[in-house]
Design a protein around this ligand. Structure first.
Ligand code: SAM
Length: 201
């Protein structure tokens, strides 16, 4: 059966909180722990978890239906999905200094100026990422919307607490999402940012 999933959900209208998980049990024996923010159809999580069975891949998605479909579809056991906003997931579920990687692929651009406040990348999110990433933890961001990329870079560069990685094998070996496939088919340019927080190096 084909599910219709709405294309947009206003993250500012999502109020639910998440139950904490038994972090030590869930991550026991895992060689790397990642969080994918805004996983959409979950293609990246599923593919990555399949190819890297020793790692734990978590995802958070604000569209409730997308999370329901994710849970209703068979997935590898080393992936976990949460319904909520990125901020709520980081606040309620993820302990300090516990993530090796955070990925944010093709975040919604929210083109209208009055909607910019709905964009996922905010100073609040950055502060949380800084706390929840392990030392040497890496953030991977991609978009094919140049104006959004510019806005994200302005925000990242507004504080000198990051170290940018000019190339990372991840982008050629493991990157691939539902939206990146569509974007490639449309010959759109891809803009990426890869960084670590300096304080955590
Ligand atoms: C354009 S889609 C990209 C989906 C996927 N990352 C990909 O590349 O195919 C952006 C996704 O981010 C989700 N999203 C937007 N704001 C979010 C937030 N604050 N927290 C969690 N998910 C969010 C949207 O619901 C949407 O599914």
């Amino acid at each position: 059966m084909k599910y219709r999933i709405r294309n947009h959900a206003n993250p500012l209208a999502t109020r639910n909180r998440l139950d904490p998980i038994d972090w030590d049990t869930v991550t026991a024996g895992k060689t790397r722990v990642s969080l994918d923010i805004g996983f959409g159809k979950g293609d990246f999580i599923t593919e990555y978890a399949t190819r890297h069975p020793t790692e734990l891949v978590m995802g958070v998605e604000v569209r409730r239906r997308a999370v329901t479909v994710f849970h209703e579809t068979p997935r590898p056991s080393n992936c976990l999905a949460f319904w909520g906003t990125a901020v709520v997931c980081l606040e309620d579920v993820i302990p300090s200094q516990s993530l090796d990687r955070v990925t944010i692929f093709h975040p919604d651009p929210w083109f209208k100026k009055r909607h910019h406040k709905r964009r996922v990348m905010t100073p609040q999110l950055l502060e949380l990422l800084k706390d929840r990433l392990k030392p040497h933890g890496v953030v991977y961001i991609s978009t094919d919307v140049y104006t959004l990329y510019n806005a994200i870079m302005q925000l990242l560069l507004s504080n000198d607490d990051k170290h940018y990685l000019s190339s990372d094998p991840f982008w050629t070996s493991d990157y691939g999402t539902h939206w990146s496939t569509f974007s490639t088919q449309q010959w759109r340019s891809l803009f990426t940012a890869t960084f670590q927080f300096k304080a955590s190096i």
